[in-house]
Ligand binder design. Structure first.
Ligand code: ADP
Ligand code: ZN
Ligand code: ZN
Length: 723
């Protein structure tokens, strides 16, 4: 019998394709192949070999194997197959997530030429007529560090011109950056700092890389020096030939973390995030696949990469919701990391000052080892948190009089302050006080946010944007005013109150340009008095030693939400923002403005003990039969009308009829219309995860065969973050 193979394509199809394997092409799972597909050719990944092909079908042959080694080694392949089954996402798309774009397109798996060219001769050696070559050579000579091919073409020169210079030996490849004296200092790594007794105690409880699988939850309060614990742990325990993975929520927000790792590990550090270009991505991928002993600092998708010598996984800020992918292959980077450690028989360390209820629950159940680090590092003390009831207080830009006074005092003492506002823009609503009209997004069920800096009304849920008006668009009244607070407004009020102090706004708008967050952080790190105003972005792991006061404009958003995760997220954000205060030698103070100062959750917040709040929240989750006590999955539908969406889900509902699985809905989603798509959901809730998984597999198979109206779509979301 001729040899056969089953192949996955990078398409949203829940099926694989069978091919003949010509003699002389030995194939194994995970290998990249070129195949005929319809009238075209496609790149596929081998899933299985020597399969029994269905009868009566003539198979086409594989055209070639792109490498004689699997792009996805066994462990990575198993991980992705598991994830495909767990998250109910088509195998092909899951497998291809671990393949860099260049290789998805069929490029060879070799280091992309990222050479930099340097001048090594004078243009006098060129014939007088060779103007272009002369210009190019002079231009290259101006760049001491050398220039890349891409830069040469961008500057208007051509490859043949460069080649001509190369043939005349007037240019040469610059020495790779790693060998240049500037980065040499990195390879000479410095010793990690001496850990405090509390840090040492925590570090000593972490299982070693060769002790097999274990999951540890490192609960370390903000400023307790978790990063130093990771560094110390890796330095002490990671063998020189091993690989490690450190997952972080968003690299560009915390450049300090990468810098710290580089200081200790030099060139062993590799980064992986969405801003890498295709050749950077390919080069990093090759090192990982090749088993180079790197320590990879990466965002979510790094957990899927083809490591071959992975011996430790660390998930920093493990509670962060950005670990869950919100579309397509909806995996949780944190949860996949735990499974990967299990497959790999190595430790995984989940770290946070505000652990997710899922992880904390696992720790309480004895599945994860709970390691506590409840002292701040160095001389710093935990900040004191107090509630400020603003029910009958006049507010300016959302700030009460006592809050403004506290800010004034902080600046007078030569310190820095941080004001947390949960909305960007100037105001979340523009309202007419004559006719009551509020400006809404024409494409979504949401209101438009007023952005005063560029006089625009913007939808934060789709790309819609319109010019702002001075009068009510409906009745032309001039009593047309902003309602509620956004960062721009608070920035303006603070600038008016403190004209001599720099006010630094940090939100998605102010940090859009590449590198702008670095500039902002540098300004803050000069330590000069200033006020930072910003959104959640400020809650993410920053270390601002001179910030001694944090003001939270309004804490009430998540207290009464219908989303069962809202209170957890509120408390996490509040504690993380609070944690920016008093990280240096000066004591920090946090003022939380609220209209519900008697709310039990906020009262517990003042004690600052996250685990007490987590206990309280877990109690509520258990009573309400929510995760982590139950497993949850959501079928989502979107279509051009709500009727169609509900119809799809109505047709799914009877398929889910299984004892022990509760089904809620279908109901319109929280924001029912988004970018003119009408969205609805059907929630499945059970205490039997295995049964749920089996049910989902069979329902998805059935749905795959069905045809729905054009533009109508269904999706499955396992362990949903948004409900
Ligand atoms: P976390 O991530 O737990 O919030 P970090 O790791 O950012 O805390 O550490 C907080 C601050 O404490 C940093 O400025 C860090 O350099 C400092 N730090 C950490 N460990 C020590 C130590 N053992 N001695 C002195 N300073 C430390
Ligand atoms: Zn009006
Ligand atoms: Zn919109």
């Amino acid at each position: 019998m001729p040899s056969t193979a089953r192949i996955a394509l990078n398409r949203p199809l829940r099926r694989l394709f069978d091919y003949l394997v010509p003699e002389g092409i030995p194939l194994e799972p995970g290998q990249r192949v070129k195949i005929p597909f319809g009238r075209q050719q496609a790149i596929g990944l081998v899933v299985e070999t020597n399969i029994e092909p269905p009868e009566g079908i003539t198979l086409k042959p594989v055209l070639k194997a792109l490498e004689n080694w699997p792009a996805l080694p066994n462990e990575t392949f198993q991980l992705l197959s598991w994830a495909s089954d767990y998250y109910q996402h088509p195998l092909g798309e899951c497998l291809f997530t671990a393949i860099p774009p260049a290789l998805r397109r069929g490029r060879p798996a070799i280091q992309k030429n990222d050479d930099r060219w340097q001048a090594c001769g004078s243009s006098a050696a060129l014939p007088a007529k060779a103007h272009k070559q002369k210009n190019l050579l002079e231009w290259i000579a101006q760049h001491e560090q050398g220039v890349k091919n891409s830069e040469i073409t961008k500057a208007g020169f051509t490859r043949p011109q460069l080649k001509a210079l190369l043939e005349k030996e007037l240019v040469r490849v610059a020495a790779p950056e790693s060998a240049s004296p500037q980065s040499q200092q990195y390879s000479e790594s410095i010793a990690a700092p001496t850990l405090s007794p509390a840090q040492l105690n925590a570090a000593s409880q972490l299982p070693l890389p060769d002790e097999g699988f274990s999951a540890s939850l490192l609960y370390g309060i903000t400023g307790s020096g978790k990063t130093e614990v990771y560094l110390h742990y890796l330095k002490q325990n990671l063998a020189t030939e091993d690989q490690a993975l450190v997952l972080v929520p968003e690299i560009n927000l915390t450049p300090q973390t990468v810098a710290r790792f580089k200081r200790y590990f030099g060139e062993r550090i590799l980064v992986w995030h969405s801003a890498l270009n295709d050749s950077e991505r390919l080069n990093a991928w090759l090192k990982i696949r090749n088993g180079d002993p790197i320590i990879l600092i990466g965002t979510r998708s790094a957990v899927l990469l083809p490591f071959t010598a992975l011996k430790t996984l660390i998930v920093d800020e493990e509670h962060d919701s950005s670990y869950k992918q919100g579309e397509g292959f909806r995996y949780s980077g944190r949860d996949v990391a735990v499974y990967r450690a299990h497959l790999n028989r190595c430790p995984v360390i989940l770290g946070s000052a505000t652990p997710s209820l899922e992880s904390y629950h696992n720790a309480l159940a004895g599945k994860y080892r709970l390691i506590k680090l409840e002292e701040r590092a160095g001389e710093a003390l935990p900040p004191s948190i107090s509630l400020l009831d603003i029910r009958s207080r006049p507010l300016e830009g959302g700030l009460s009089r006592p809050a403004l006074q506290a800010l004034k005092k902080t600046l007078e003492d030569g310190n820095q302050a941080l004001v947390f506002v949960n909305r960007r823009g100037y105001a979340p609503v523009m309202m007419c006080f004559d006719c009551g009209h509020m400006v809404e997004c024409p494409r979504c069920d949401t209101r438009l946010t007023y952005h005063r800096r560029d006089r625009a009304m913007r939808c934060h849920h789709c790309d819609y944007q319109a010019a702002a008006t001075d009068t009510c668009p409906k009745c032309k009244s001039e009593a047309f005013k902003p309602v509620g607070q956004g960062t721009e407004q608070t920035e303006d009020i603070l600038a008016a109150h403190f004209p001599d102090t720099p006010i630094v706004r940090v939100d998605r708008d102010s940090t859009q340009r590449k590198g702008s967050i670095q500039t902002i952080l540098e300004q803050v790190n000069t330590g000069e008095p200033c006020i930072l105003v910003g959104t959640q972005m400020l809650a993410k792991g920053h270390d601002f030693p001179n910030v001694t006061l944090v003001v939270v404009i309004n804490a009430d958003g998540g207290l009464f939400s219908v989303d069962f995760r809202a209170p957890e997220q509120l408390i996490q954000t509040l504690l993380q923002v609070s944690g920016r205060a008093g990280r240096g030698t000066k004591v920090g103070k946090v003022v939380v403005q609220t209209c519900h100062s008697d709310h039990p959750l906020l009262r517990t917040l003042c004690n600052g003990h996250y685990l007490d709040m987590a206990d309280q929240l877990l109690g509520e989750r258990e009573a309400g039969q929510f995760p982590p006590f139950r497993a949850m999955a959501i079928f989502r539908a979107e279509a051009d009308t709500m009727e169609q969406s509900l119809q799809i889900l109505d047709s799914i509902k009877p398929l889910t009829n299984t004892p022990g699985i509760e089904v809620w809905g279908p109901l319109p989603s929280l924001i029912a219309r988004r970018a003119d798509r009408h969205r609805a959901q059907l929630v499945l809730n059970t205490d039997n995860r295995r049964r749920l998984n089996k049910l989902l597999t069979s329902v998805c198979q059935t749905l795959e065969q069905k045809r729905f109206q054009k533009g109508a779509k269904w999706m499955i979301d396992v362990d949903p973050q948004e409900t």
